[in-house]
Design a protein around this ligand. Structure first.
Ligand code: AMP
Length: 215
């Protein structure tokens, strides 16, 4: 499947993407994960992105488009992909349309995961992430803590609160989402690709997507 997952930070895009990859071998492409990996590795990209990310601002469109142009041409994308956290602005969506046309790729659907703001805020404040860039497993101190406090079940690395998941940075990220990313729902509705699914259960979101795809 070739799907864009839209939704505020904390709406469950990453969880849903991981569940969908198990269905047909499509790959999850998370620009947030790619950028955090680059920051940790100290690459040029990471150095450029770091300040924006810590403040909860979006990194410049040109940096993101460079990443995505390369990533979408890697061989594992042929089976399908789930875009998680990209596009995040109208210019990114417009450039993505051009890129997909150039590569001869047609999207199946754009899914907008719609979750109330208070649920999102609570989820992000209690979210914890494995700091190993290759793992980045997600936990929640209330609903899904690691078996051993502060240690990732999957790889044994420390589980930490992201620098952009302080209350202040979260509030800023949600405002940025409302201003810059929420308008993408209208953009893809006009293209006839949008499917909005309201709900906090990732299982229900996944079954809604399967139903909409006729699977
Ligand atoms: P995420 O893990 O998707 O919440 O992304 C974490 C941070 O990475 C965001 O707050 C942005 O600073 C940056 N980021 C991720 N994806 C994008 C994107 N498509 N455009 C601009 N910035 C992005």
């Amino acid at each position: 499947m070739k799907i864009i997952l839209l939704g505020a930070p904390g709406a469950g895009k990453g969880t849903v993407a991981k569940m969908l990859t198990k269905l047909d071998g499509s790959v999850q492409i998370s620009t947030g994960d790619i950028l955090r990996g680059a920051v940790q590795a100290g690459t040029e990209l990471g150095k450029e992105a770091d300040g924006y990310m810590k403040r909860g601002d979006l990194v410049p469109d040109s940096l993101i488009m460079g990443i995505m142009e390369k990533r979408l041409q890697e061989s594992d994308c042929q089976q399908g992909f789930l875009l998680d956290g990209f596009p995040r602005t109208i210019p990114q969506a417009e450039e993505l349309n051009q890129l997909l046309a150039k590569l001869g790729i047609k999207l199946d659907m754009v899914v907008n995961i719609d979750v109330p703001r208070d649920v999102i805020f609570d989820r992000l404040c209690t979210r914890r992430t494995c700091e190993n860039a290759k793992c980045q497993a997600i936990y929640n101190v209330k609903s899904n803590p690691p078996q051993q406090e502060g240690i990732c079940d999957k790889c044994g690395s420390p589980v930490v609160q992201r620098a952009d998941e302080t209350q202040e940075a979260i509030a800023h990220r949600l405002d940025t989402y409302n201003q810059k990313t929420a308008p993408l729902a209208g953009f893809y509705e006009k293209e006839g690709l949008l499917k909005t699914i309201t709900g906090t259960s990732s299982d229900l979101v996944v079954s809604g997507i399967q139903k909409a795809l006729g699977k």
